[in-house]
Write a protein that binds this ligand. Structure first.
Ligand SMILES: [Zn+2]
Length: 381
């Protein structure tokens, strides 16, 4: 009886922020499945969860899937949620295309929960998961907090410079070799403590990323590994593959190669594509700029203009507006919130929605696409 009630009543019951309970629970389910598979290297399984904490499904997971199936059937849609692998395939597609309106509020309809390769959950997936299970927020921040503490202990007054160096290295090298980390740190005269801090963000490259000859094809644009699928290559960093066509870079022997922790893709690598574009463009035009200054107060700043830039790869404009309340941008007289062209192109109302939902304090922020920002900052050339 209890189960039947939960299935029949809960899908449209709203939790915090007007998000249906089951949508937050779905985000949580996908984050947990992904964490279990990337931590233990296990295949995600539809079998009951094992007593040793393996990646099978628990009772609550089955309830979530049943609720979603029920909502789809009630809306006259095809049931795509009763089998976990099927569900995970659909999680790569915008929510509005496979879940009914009773489950997906308007501003979540263009959001996907897993990236196109299924390799990582998206920013939006984690956003929903945190709404459902708030303690996840501190867990996801733990890795970044530990990084800052390591830098503070090892580098004291130089910790901000160490942070900028390390973050830039990681964003520019989604795939690397341990020797490259050592070489880069020594060339810049950093001590081995920074090599260790940077290395903590890397994991062994998955074997299935290599071809039959044991080589990994890298993206010429961003250095990420490429993925073959659907008759074509694609960069595994979604923001890169959306912004520009595939261009093959080096094919590297996979032995010993590292890739960054998958959780960095939504938080560092996706926005990092345009952060580097903006920074590199400014530097090439002779405009002094700093990347990730003052322990990541903003993404890029231009000291001569007292100008701060935050680059955001977030599909839900209303949710982005809420996060900006605590942004380091508030310290800058001129502040830009910059959204990649592909995100703005996919939702023509995006920038207008973002501006409408900014708080009174943040309402002075300029909200523009990457192309608009570059046009404004390089206009004097
Ligand atoms: Zn790329």
């Amino acid at each position: 009886m209890e189960f039947a009630e939960s299935v029949s009543n809960r899908p449209v019951e709203e939790g915090a922020e007007g998000i249906p309970w089951v949508l937050g629970a779905l985000g949580d389910l996908l984050v947990r499945l992904h964490a279990a598979s990337s931590r233990g290297g296990e295949a995600i399984s539809g079998a009951p969860r094992r007593s040793d904490g393996g990646s099978g499904l628990g009772e609550i997971d089955r309830r979530v899937m049943a609720c979603l199936s029920w909502a789809q059937i009630q809306a006259g849609m095809t049931d795509t949620c009763s089998e976990v692998h099927h569900l995970m395939e659909w999680a790569r597609v915008p929510l509005g295309e496979w879940l009914p309106k009773s489950v997906v509020p308007e501003d979540w309809r263009l959001c996907c929960l897993l990236d196109a390769s299924g390799d990582c959950y998206t920013f939006e997936c984690m956003d929903l998961a945190v709404e459902h299970r708030p303690e996840l927020d501190s867990q996801q921040r733990a890795m970044f907090r530990q990084f800052r503490e390591d830098l503070r202990e090892s580098f004291g007054s130089e910790q901000a410079d160490a942070y900028s160096f390390a973050r830039e290295f990681i964003v520019r090298h989604p795939v690397t070799h341990p020797d490259s980390i050592v070489t880069a740190c020594r060339r810049a005269r950093w001590t081995p403590a920074l090599e260790r801090a940077i290395s903590s963000f890397y994991r062994p490259l998955p074997e299935h990323w290599a071809d039959r000859d044991g080589k990994v094809q890298l993206c010429a644009h961003c250095g990420q590994a490429g993925e073959w699928g659907g008759g074509d290559w694609r960069c595994r960093t979604p923001a890169c593959s959306e912004a520009r066509g595939w261009k093959a870079g080096a094919a590297m022997p996979s032995a010993g190669l590292l890739r960054t922790h998958p959780a960095l893709v939504p938080f560092w690598h996706n926005p990092g594509i345009d952060e580097l574009l903006v920074y590199d463009t400014l530097i090439s035009r002779g405009i002094e700029a700093r990347l990730y200054p003052d322990l990541d107060t903003v993404d890029v700043d231009v000291p001569a203009l007292n100008l701060g830039i935050d680059l955001k790869y977030v599909r839900n404009a209303r949710r982005l507006a809420q996060t900006l309340e605590k942004a380091g941008l508030h310290r800058y007289p001129t502040a830009y919130v910059v959204v990649p062209d592909a995100v703005v192109f996919a939702d023509r109302k995006y920038l207008a929605t973002l501006k409408v939902h900014l708080s009174a304090r943040a309402s002075r922020f300029k909200c523009v696409s990457t192309t608009e920002l570059l046009r404004e900052l390089t206009r004097a050339d």
